[in-house]
Write a protein that binds this ligand. Sequence first.
Ligand code: MRU
Length: 320
Amino acid sequence: MRPIEFTGTSLRLLDQTLLPGEERRLDCTTPEEVADAIRRLAVRGAPAIGIAAACGLALAEPGDFDRAASLLGATRPTAVNLHWAIERMRSARDDGRDLVAEASAIAAEQARCDDELVRHGLPLFGEGERVLTHCNTGPLVTGARGTAGAVIVAGWEAGKVELVWVDETRPLLQGARLTSWELGRAGAPYRLITDSMAASVMARGLVDRVMVGADRIAANGDVANKIGTYGLAVLCAHHGIPFHVVAPLSTVDVATPSGEAIVIEERAPEEVTALGGRRVAPDAADAANYAFDVTPAGLVTSIVTEAGALRPDEVAQAAR
Ligand code: MRU
């Protein structure tokens, strides 16, 4: 699929805004073009945003690093991988290391990390599991296997997962557009539901486990992820269903003590008042558009990282 390709002079992205209808590549050769791609979600998902920003910095003119870092750092506020990758590139610059090599190393390390997430996540599954997921966490979000999506697909390949319930993920439909597309390519069986069907599907006894990704994990284990995730965790607690988060340690922000301090991105109301570019609410309608929510650590069964499947209160130590 190669959703993220970096040549050293160009960042080639599979434009996620056009999926699943069209598979078009976007060539970014400047930090401005990369920032624009991140801002309009042509590349999205926490680790992918970090990788893209690192490549964007490697494309900056000598002497323009700090301006490019500010520009890229201001694109999206919630996913901490963005700032993690920028700070890592800043250290490389300060040490006089090659920035193209550093950005390539960040991407390669993420691919190895994905393998570790699968290694630690796979033993969670029993037999014949029906797993529900939200938003999009497969190859598109890391450029390799993905986070929660990688574990779920590996579970299907190992004969342990028999069905994936895919939340459509309003308002931008990352589940319907992207997760369905990835699972279809992988050949994994899935059924798409509207977000509001999750409670009913659980009440019918049709969900054995929920697995999602994360955009930022606070030091106390609170998890920011796509809007709707918190509701799923509450539903899991009510129905006695395990709720797992799968994320690299670069998503853990040890400087943020709890979820309350996480900045939640608010996007344009038009993303809510329109669907697929067609207005569905009255012209005068206002709308809130919180792109992420925070799931309290107490609702999280485990957080699967490259250091193992951890309790939420163990991730900060692992990240340090
Ligand atoms: O707004 P998006 O599409 O970038 O949000 C993405 C998510 O919320 C994902 O679930 C999250 O980044 C985890 S993917 C590793």
